[in-house]
Ligand binder design. Structure first.
Ligand code: CAA
Length: 257
């Protein structure tokens, strides 16, 4: 891979993906998006990996889609390239994806952060959808996920003015789980990842699927899906083990089956 570093076991059961176009502030060109998609597909199939952390560097998580690559494209070029088809595949990643964000998370970078299941930010992180300043608008879920995450008023303000919000404000409005000093954001993301990696991977997968449905469907269908996944968890050996371990006052040993 040219623009992405993959460490399959950065911590036990936890893989790390690091965007690696530092000079371009990790601008998301087509190649990098394809590499993220392919890496996630590989990690979804790797049973030794329970959780994935995705990060950039201290200065930038990602400063958006690659403007230089897009500048001379026509609408038909965009239609044929179908820039966001890779994003759909990233969205379908089945294991928990935790974003460790420092510096700029702008445009497509903010959208990539919002496809994560949880976010740990450094105090220096800035989130924004500045596409409006380029005469365009978000296209990678920025209007939809941001509105669902922070509500209409804040989302409108960010999308229509292009203004950035700080890590602390992002935490306050519900975009980010935790904010920590810049030297600690990756470690904190690993800590969060480890606490999820310690759970049954079957239960984690079913639960992630159910929570995501809350943002994709109406309440009745979401509740139906939740109930089905809950009943399905009773087919797993891990569920038997989890309840037996509770009764026997010991730690469960998950098999992932
Ligand atoms: N695409 C391509 N290159 C980018 C880039 C981007 N999104 N963001 C930064 N870069 C490049 C700069 O061109 C510069 O390269 P050169 O040294 O070759 O000139 C390098 O990264 C460093 O950037 P700056 O010199 O601009 O750094 P700065 O600290 O002065 O400013 C910044 C940082 C505020 C993030 C500024 O770079 C910026 O505004 N970037 C663009 C942000 C943006 O508009 N993102 C949205 C893109 S569109 C999109 O994402 C559509 C979508 O919905 C998917």
């Amino acid at each position: 891979m040219e623009f992405l570093l993959l460490t399959p076991q950065a911590r036990p059961g936890v893989a790390l993906l690091q965007l690696n176009r530092p000079k371009e502030l990790n601008a998301l060109n087509r190649q990098l998006m394809l590499e993220i998609r392919d890496a996630l597909q590989q990690l979804d199939e790797d049973e030794t990996v329970r959780v994935v952390v995705i990060t950039g560097n201290e200065r930038a998580f990602a400063a958006g889609a690659d403007i230089k690559q897009m500048a001379d494209k026509t609408a038909i070029d965009m239609l044929i390239i179908d820039q966001f088809s890779t994003w759909e595949q990233i969205r379908r990643f089945k294991k928990p994806l935790i974003g460790a964000v420092s510096g700029f998370a702008l445009g497509g970078g903010c959208e990539l952060a919002m496809t994560c299941d949880m976010l740990v930010a450094s105090e220096t992180a800035q989130f924004g959808q500045p596409e409006i300043r380029l005469g365009t608008m978000p296209g990678g879920g920025g209007t939809q996920r941001l509105a669902r995450a922070v509500g209409k008023a804040k989302a409108m303000e960010m999308v229509l003015t292009g203004e950035f919000i700080s890590a602390e404000e992002a935490r306050r409005v519900g975009l980010v789980n935790r904010v920590v000093p810049v030297g600690q954001y990756l470690e904190e993301a690993y800590r969060l990842a480890a606490s999820v990696a310690a759970m049954s991977p079957v239960a984690v997968r079913l639960a992630k699927d159910a929570v995501n449905r809350a943002f994709e469907t109406h309440l009745e269908e979401g509740l139906h899906l939740e109930r089905r996944n809950y009943y399905l968890s009773f087919a797993s050996e891990d569920r038997k083990e989890g309840m037996a371990a509770f009764v026997e006052k010991r730690k469960p040993e998950w098999k992932g089956r």
